[in-house]
Design a binder for this molecule. Structure first.
Ligand code: HDE
Length: 680
């Protein structure tokens, strides 16, 4: 893309026409205090261009953040697909990935409870392939014709455009309670998956069943999975809400900073493969996007890795103008008859025609394939190409160009999978799509205790924001089909009677669904706050910091003011951040070093006390040395869990000053790797 990048050198300012301009600060006027003149073409051009800077935001997934990188397969997948980019171990394909929330507008906060988009554009040698996925493996509806209804219901309500970035409102729950096919997805949305700690720490899923196709036309059903190298981690709900205010760009900033720091985020691509002959081997329909294929039934086979190693240079040109489309496929990857996917294959191009102002948006730098493009598409808004010669096919005057590719069956040509189709024209949902509850129950059954608690709390929060009592009741009634416990607990929080039990609820579970089993290892890029003041034991800070940074964590010293504080021995300790500009929600763990004078100052500072109290409440590891324990007391934390013998089980590490700080640092670092202590 380098040839499309404007490279600002020390060039003079010009107009759009290349005319040099000597003053862009003062409009042309008649006399010192006279009227501005229409003749000032530079002024008019500048303001006109500015007036037209905005384009419509995406109707869904408006808020996002993107980055470039590459994908490389571990081994050839040519046994299953003729896709060139999957044909050889180590063959690097450049990619652009955009992560997003769904409900909120472009300026909404990152840490809202929502699905996250995970869309990848592979610039392959055979053309662009887009895998337009989410961080949850199922969807709210089964047929794309319901999408406008669903989106109208979840978006801000039409009369007052509230709430921003939230599904906790009447119309969303009204729709879902009347649409039981949404129940499985609601379980995911009410789980911690909907509040990821980082885009770098969430899974991605293609959702639909797609098809791999070999060169000789053999098909295999395939589901795509992205698995983050850093493990799957989430915020807790109270934390997410505070973070939305402290840093509305929390996830966007995290992605940007990690890439700038060279800590390149990484995911493993996995596939679940199902032979064509096994299409009906499951107790659900492979074409139903409200269902997963449990990993215990069909294991996820790791096939390659995705690395993001470059930030965009211009958000608008790249992240805003990128256009993903489920129908952007390459030879070897094809669709199935999933009615949700079929509708998507229409919608993306259609919406982009208006969002990007006409049919030539594939010529925008971020959307251009690296493969050559030849066709007879002509003209239209924003045409960038000067096409000579003929513009129709067949032609003889243009030498027959562009000709049909590989008419005789050459490689690298897209050929649709020759699926036999036979049926009446009907508007009905297949009977095989009718079970809306078994997999919702499977999800619930697979959760750890703390995950279930969070799900109950999320339902209570969301339905608690719903004014219409009949909607609350209908929804808790639906939940009884998932679990009587879940329904009863949610109802209790809403002050409703427990719904009547229903029979036939499955007890099956899939351990692969619990975040407890997806934690990954290590503490790379985890952020640890050190609370300091004059009198802090600076030697301890250095000792612990060295230990943590050696394992890849980021350690920042926070004090009441920026600059330096004076260590206990009079030595200066650099302050990375002023405490009032930050909050515990922006960190994964907290260290309070020893130092009587410093701890007294911190204990008298409400911001520091709140910092510790909040970090504890959000389940974050705390390391507290020597006198530092007085800050725990000031924060009124329960003494048995923070100072008792079992404190380390609760992620609280206190050093009495005799054991070396390094020992404590190691235990603390392990705890940071555990992410949270939700049983507090
Ligand atoms: Fe989308 N979706 N979607 N969607 N979707 C859009 O396309 C649509 C669905 C997803 O970062 C739109 O260019 C329909 C499932 C992502 O630019 C639009 C249906 C999944 C993104 C559209 C779905 C997604 C979009 C809006 C029901 C996960 C953001 C702007 C059949 C597998 C891509 C745009 C980006 C964006 C339509 C359902 C993921 C309107 C009709 C299921 C990640 O075309």
């Amino acid at each position: 893309m380098d040839r499309f990048r404007a490279a600002p050198r020390h060039d003079a300012l010009t107009t759009d026409q290349g005319v040099r301009v000597d003053d862009t600060d003062n409009a042309l006027r008649a006399g010192h205090r006279g009227p501005t003149l229409l003749e000032d073409f530079h002024n008019r051009e500048k303001i006109t261009h500015f007036d037209h800077e905005r384009i419509p935001e995406r109707v869904v997934h408006a808020r996002g953040a993107g980055a470039y990188g590459y994908f490389e397969p571990y081994a050839s997948l040519s046994e299953y697909t003729c896709a060139d980019f999957l044909a050889e171990a180590g063959r690097r394909t450049p990619v652009f990935v955009r992560f997003s929330t769904v409900q909120g507008p472009r300026g909404s906060a990152d840490t809202v409870r929502d699905v996250r988009g995970f869309a990848t554009k592979f610039y392959t040698r055979e053309g662009n392939y887009d895998l337009v996925g989410n961080n949850m493996p199922v969807f709210f509806i089964q047929d794309a014709i319901k999408f406008p209804d669903f989106v109208h219901a979840v978006k801000m309500e039409p009369q007052n455009e509230m709430p921003t970035g939230a599904s906790a409102h009447d119309t969303f729950w009204d729709f879902c309670s009347l649409q039981p096919e949404s129940t499985h997805m609601l379980m995911w949305l009410m789980s911690d998956r909907a509040i990821p700690r980082s885009f770098r720490m969430m899974q991605g899923f293609g959702v639909h069943t797609f098809r791999f196709v070999t060169a000789d036309g053999r098909g295999t059903f395939v589901k795509f999975h992205w698995k983050p190298a850093l493990g799957v981690h989430s915020l807790v709900w109270d934390e997410a809400q505070i973070a939305a205010g402290r840093d509305p760009d929390f996830n966007r900033r995290d992605l940007w900073e990690a890439i700038e720091a060279g800590a390149y985020p990484e995911w493993e691509l996995g596939v679940q493969l199902v032979p064509e002959e096994d299409e009906f081997a499951f107790d659900f329909d492979l074409l139903d996007a409200t269902k997963i294929i449990p990993e215990e039934q069909v294991p996820v086979r790791p096939v390659g890795r995705l690395v993001l190693d470059r930030n965009p240079q211009n958000f608008f040109a790249e992240t805003e103008q990128v256009a993903f489309h489920t129908a952007n496929v390459v030879p070897g990857i094809d669709f199935t008859n999933d009615p949700l996917l079929q509708g998507r294959n229409f919608s993306y191009l259609d919406t982009q025609l208006i969002r990007l102002g006409g049919p030539n948006f594939s010529q925008l730098p971020v959307n251009r394939p690296i493969a050559d493009v030849h066709h007879n598409h002509r003209d239209g808004f924003g045409q960038q190409v000067i096409h000579p010669g003929t513009n129709y096919f067949p032609n003889s005057l243009g030498g027959g160009c562009p000709a049909h590719a590989g008419a005789g069956g050459g490689a690298g040509v897209f050929r649709h999978y020759a699926e036999r189709v036979d049926g009446d024209k009907i508007r009905v949902r297949s009977e095989s799509f009718k079970d809306h509850y078994s997999q919702a129950a499977l999800f619930w059954n697979s959760m750890a205790d703390w995950e279930r608690r969070h799900i109950v709390e999320a339902f209570r929060f969301e339905l608690g924001k719903v004014n219409a009592v009949e909607v609350r009741e209908r929804m808790t009634g639906n939940l009884a089909h998932v679990s009587q416990d879940l329904a009863a607990e949610v109802a209790e929080g809403l002050g409703l009677p427990a719904p009547a039990p229903v029979g036939g609820v499955t007890s099956a579970a899939s351990p692969a669904l619990s975040q407890e089993n997806l934690a990954g290892e290590g503490i790379r890029t985890r952020k640890v706050a050190v609370l300091a003041a004059d009198g802090t034991d600076a030697g301890q800070v250095t000792a612990v910091r060295d230990r943590l940074t050696a394992r890849g964590a980021i350690v920042e010293v926070l004090a009441a003011r920026a600059g330096t504080v004076q260590g206990a021995g009079g030595e200066p300790l650099d302050v990375d951040r002023a405490l009032p500009t930050m909050g515990s929600v922006l960190y994964d763990a907290v260290l309070v070093p020893d130092g009587a004078r410093a701890v007294s100052a911190l204990a008298a500072d409400p911001a520091a006390v709140r910092f510790v109290e909040e970090a504890y409440r959000h389940g974050k590891p705390l390391a507290v040395l020597g006198e530092g324990t007085r800050l725990l007391t000031a924060a009124r934390l329960p003494e048995d869990t923070v100072l008792g013998e079992s404190a380390p089980d609760y992620g609280v590490f206190t050093g009495n000053g005799t054991a070396p700080a390094e020992d404590l640092a190691d235990a603390f670092a392990d705890a940071v790797g555990q992410h949270r202590f939700p049983h507090r």
